[in-house]
Write a protein that binds this ligand. Structure first.
Ligand code: NAP
Length: 273
């Protein structure tokens, strides 16, 4: 079996670091992104090609897969990494922005998996790792839509993991906590602004303070790329891999406490006023 990986969202952050790591480990890499011409940091890497892929555009997914197979002969691993968030209170968020977040983080993953499944099925197997978030384990204020997309992703992947296992296709979910990447700047820019609503102001300040403390434990993209590499290539059918950088206590409490006790604990960590 050849070792070829297709990764989405390689223009920056985790995707870019993961593409570099897989290439350094001797894999053939189909590094996909929406605007390959805008990324130069992956140029000149042996056995790595940059291909345009927008997870919302099915023909671009088909083209990237075809191109990858043409050059490397086979695809064995897919990493659904592309995704974005948007900070802000829900009350002021336009529904088209809400839908866009689902279009990329949830329907985009479904698009890629639906295009890859027949290929993996016909070649007798494959591995699909999906980048979720600790925001797919615990709900968090000011990032409600992003957390909803990752909760949806978790339910979807857990459900299809049974179907795909029957076809020898292994699905995995990777749940990182905080990561130092362009994600946060982009999420802040996506904030549609609630400047005309002032009654949340002190709450927003309190949340930002609480989240700021959690962000101290955030990981580098290189660390996260290593986690993704290890999970993708461990030759097991383990479903979930959690690296709760900065939110260790919250995630542990969610997993180990009763719902009632988790709520009590979460109220000590996240403000409600
Ligand atoms: P990032 O640097 O902003 O990278 C996000 C990538 O997704 C970019 O390459 C972006 O491409 C791509 N993307 C967005 N919309 C797309 C679309 N329609 N089609 C294809 N690609 C698209 O952020 P990151 O931190 O590396 O995020 C990678 C993954 O980690 C995401 O799934 C994110 O939810 C998850 N995650 C991040 C954090 C964090 O704290 N950073 C924590 C937990 C989980 P463009 O450049 O074209 O926009």
């Amino acid at each position: 079996m050849s070792n070829t990986v297709l990764i989405t969202g390689c223009s920056s952050g985790v995707g870019e670091a993961t593409a570099k790591l897989f290439a350094a480990k001797g894999f053939s890499v189909i590094a996909t992104m929406r605007s390959p011409e805008a990324n130069t940091s992956l140029d000149g890497i042996k056995n790595l090609i940059k291909v345009r892929l927008d997870v919302e555009d099915i023909s671009s997914i088909q083209h990237a897969i075809t191109e990858g197979i043409k050059i490397f002969g086979q695809i064995n691993f897919v990493i659904n990494n592309a995704g974005f968030g948007q900070y802000g209170i829900f009350e002021g968020m336009p529904m088209d922005k809400v839908r866009k977040n689902f279009d990329v983080n949830v329907f985009g993953v479904m698009n890629v998996i639906q295009q890859m499944t027949p290929i993996f099925r016909q070649q007798g197997g494959g591995v699909i790792l999906n980048v979720s978030s600790c925001g797919g384990i615990v709900g968090l204020p000011l990032i409600s839509i992003y957390a909803s997309t990752k909760f949806a992703l978790e339910g979807f992947i857990e459900s299809i993991s049974y179907e795909l296992a029957s076809q020898n296709i292994i699905t995995k979910i990777y749940e990182p906590g905080g990561i130092i990447s362009p994600f946060h700047q982009r999420a802040a820019e996506e904030n549609t602004g609630n400047s005309d609503i002032t009654s949340y102001d002190s709450f927003i300040e309190n949340v930002n303070n609480a989240m700021g403390k959690m962000a101290i434990g955030a990981a580098s993209v290189e660390q996260v790329a290593q986690d993704i590499f290890d999970a993708t290539t461990d030759s097991t059918d383990k479903l979930r891999y959690c690296s709760p950088y900065g939110v260790e206590q919250l995630v542990r409490a969610r997993r180990e406490f009763s719902d009632e006790n988790y709520e009590k604990f979460a109220r000590t960590q996240l403000p409600r006023k």
